[in-house]
Write a protein that binds this ligand. Structure first.
Ligand code: FAD
Length: 393
């Protein structure tokens, strides 16, 4: 490890949230010799990570893994072929099948977007940290500053202290309120997520169709996307446009799988019943209204506190969220350790400017994209087909 660098000398850093952003930052800072702890709400490393696979991109996620000396670990852990797409219309006709049509590209190609299970990515990052770095069962509750040091209180009653706090606890960040009072806005789209533990048994035909890759079914105004998990499970996302607060006003009991099933088969009436086998096999649904932070958000930089990832710039899913959280981690670690900034506030300000500028661009694209994804038109289906076809043109 390199010697501790200037701004972080004798500083204790508390990162709250062991998501891709927080863990990547911890790894990058430890490579520079910094003293870091990551406080995570989950009770242990074995807690199940929500969501299925994520694809990492050449200029973001993969670039960051290289900087973190973790490419070999990634190459040993990603899911070859999971970056293939199968696209169906609502009748189940195959519109595009990358298992057949795509030209295989590798890690030297900017087009390559290898997929990894979220839980596997989390383990890979944790394994790279010094033992004891992640403090589990540490749900952030509140913090206060005394003599330039933060005293952080967790739900289990424990208290930690730190010179520098990084809020990396995702879209419901509580630390965000110590930085800004700008609130999230509803995008108009909601996803009903379903996890299926034994799809080979409970929806075998669909499992075979997914074939360990990405499957998207699109009809006018609604979409069903299905992804594999590393544990041979499946996760699906049934997306559409719904009014604000629809989850609480819909009358659907989302804790009751039969209730959600009955709703979904009505809403997707006319679709190939093969899609309904997903709804039937699912025992646990999670409704996710997709919110975002305003694209022009700004705040006054704090001397010893900042945000990364969704806590800073939540946007609708566009395939960039994990990648961007990891890029934030890289940029922040560079600003804090490259010796170019005279003091912490200047370094923090430089980081936040970069981060917010990037988020403005990506957030605008994500907002456009979520309309096309959740409420497709003939035109947007044609656009997506064209985009995916570029992979093998
Ligand atoms: C349906 C859906 C699909 C998506 N698909 C993709 C995709 O394919 N590719 C992609 O790049 N992005 C995707 N995203 C976006 C992506 O999931 C996020 O942008 C990304 O996970 C953000 O990383 P993060 O580290 O900032 O936060 P998170 O991943 O949210 O991690 C936050 C961590 O903080 C912990 N935490 C929360 N509250 C507290 C607390 N009070 N105290 C302590 N710990 C706490 C959480 O348990 C968690 O471990 C998707 C999002 C959704 C909703």
């Amino acid at each position: 490890m390199e010697s501790t660098i200037n701004l972080l000398h004798h500083k204790e850093i508390a990162i709250v949230g062991a998501g891709p952003g927080g863990l990547t930052l911890a790894r990058l800072l430890q490579l520079k010799g910094a003293k870091v702890k990551v406080y995570e709400r989950d009770h242990s490393q074995e807690a199940r990570v929500q969501g299925a696979i994520v694809d990492l991109h050449f200029d973001s996620g993969l670039k960051v893994l290289k900087a973190a000396n973790l490419m070999d670990a990634f190459k040993a852990s990603y899911i070859p072929g999971a970056d293939n797409y199968r696209m169906l219309d609502q009748a189940g006709n195959m519109l595009l099948d990358e298992h057949i049509q795509k030209t295989t590209v590798g890690f030297d190609s900017e087009q390559f977007r290898p997929e990894i299970d979220r839980g596997v990515l989390r383990d890979l990052l944790i394994d790279a940290l010094l033992p004891g770095t992640v403090v589990w069962d540490s749900q952030f509750v509140e913090m206060a500053e005394h003599n330039n040091r933060w005293s952080i209180k967790f739900k289990n009653g424990s208290i930690a202290t730190a010179d520098l706090v990084i809020g990396a606890e995702g879209y419901r960040s509580k630390i965000r309120s110590y930085v800004t009072d700008i609130e999230a806005v509803y995008s108009g789209a909601t996803i009903i997520q379903g996890d299926i533990d034994n799809p080979e048994q409970d929806c075998a035909e669909m499992y075979a169709l997914v074939n360990n890759a990405n499957l998207i079914g699109m009809g006018i105004g609604k979409t069903i996307a299905v992804q594999p998990r590393a544990n041979r499970g499946l996760t699906f996302y049934a997306a559409s446009l719904y009014p604000e607060n629809w989850v609480s006003t819909s009358g659907i009991d989302f804790g009751n799988a039969d209730d959600v099933y009955n709703y979904l088969i009505k809403y997707y009436r006319g679709w190939n019943p093969l899609f309904f086998t997903l709804f039937k096999a699912c025992k646990q649904f999670i409704p996710r209204p997709l919110d975002y932070f305003p694209l022009d958000q700004k705040w006054e930089t704090k001397r010893n506190l900042t945000l990364i990832g969704d806590a800073a710039h939540l946007m609708p899913p566009s395939g960039e969220g994990v990648n961007t959280a990891m890029l934030d981690a890289l940029d922040l670690s560079i600003c804090l350790t490259n010796g170019e900034y005279a003091d912490l506030p200047t370094a923090m300000s430089a980081f936040e400017q970069q981060m917010l500028a990037r988020a403005t661009t990506l957030g605008a694209e994500a907002l456009d994209g979520i309309q096309d994804f959740a409420a497709p038109t003939q035109e947007s289906i044609r656009k997506l087909l064209k985009l995916l076809s570029q992979d093998y043109d």
